[in-house]
Design a protein around this ligand. Structure first.
Ligand code: S3P
Length: 173
């Protein structure tokens, strides 16, 4: 398998806990691209963690920063980009992502998302109410948008990270 020949940028979308960061890092190292994470970039620029941005500027303020950072990052070449789960909420971002790379939807069932985000204090949208209900609500809202935005859809709930990355590379070649 020639893993050096995946063309262009690879852009990962999907719910919180879908594995965008974990899979993105492994994928990038295997196909020789640079891993970039929008949330990480936002935190670097502001000097504070995501929950602090939500506290001070609300979700609207965060989405503005997210869009700004996305616009810049997609100009880079040969990257694997892990987006935040809500990056696709703005239609302008959906178009932007599709124009600048192969968009991959990492799809996992709510039960699995819940297992992976259960102890997480760094995701402000999951701090209130019942976690399963909250994830289910976001999933119902977003799953159709992820599907619409993606060029490739891959199940990240039932298979190990290594197997998944190998399958994804084959689809990207
Ligand atoms: C969000 C997902 C988070 C982060 C923010 C909002 C969302 O990123 O951008 O907390 O709306 O789904 P991850 O998907 O990396 O957790």
């Amino acid at each position: 398998l020639d893993t050096g020949s995946v063309p262009g940028n690879v852009i990962l979308i999907g719910m919180m806990g879908a594995g965008k960061t974990t899979i993105g890092k492994l994928l990038a190292s295997q196909i020789g691209k640079t891993f970039v994470d929008t949330d990480h970039e936002i935190q670097e620029r502001t000097g504070v963690r995501i929950p602090v941005i939500f506290e001070i500027e609300g979700e609207t303020g965060f989405r503005k920063r997210e869009t700004e950072v996305l616009r810049e990052i997609v100009q880079l070449q040969n990257i694997v980009l892990a987006t935040g789960g809500g990056a696709i909420l703005r239609p302008e971002n959906r178009a932007l992502l599709r124009q600048h790379g192969t968009v991959v939807y990492l799809c996992a069932p709510v039960s699995e998302l819940q297992r992976r985000t259960r102890l997480d204090k760094n995701r402000p949208l999951l701090q209130t109410g019942n976690l399963h209900a909250r994830l289910q609500e976001l999933y119902t809202q977003r799953d159709p948008i992820y599907r619409q935005t993606a060029h490739i859809i891959i199940d990240s709930g039932r298979q190990g990270v290594r197997v998944l990355v190998q399958k994804l590379i084959q689809k990207l070649l």
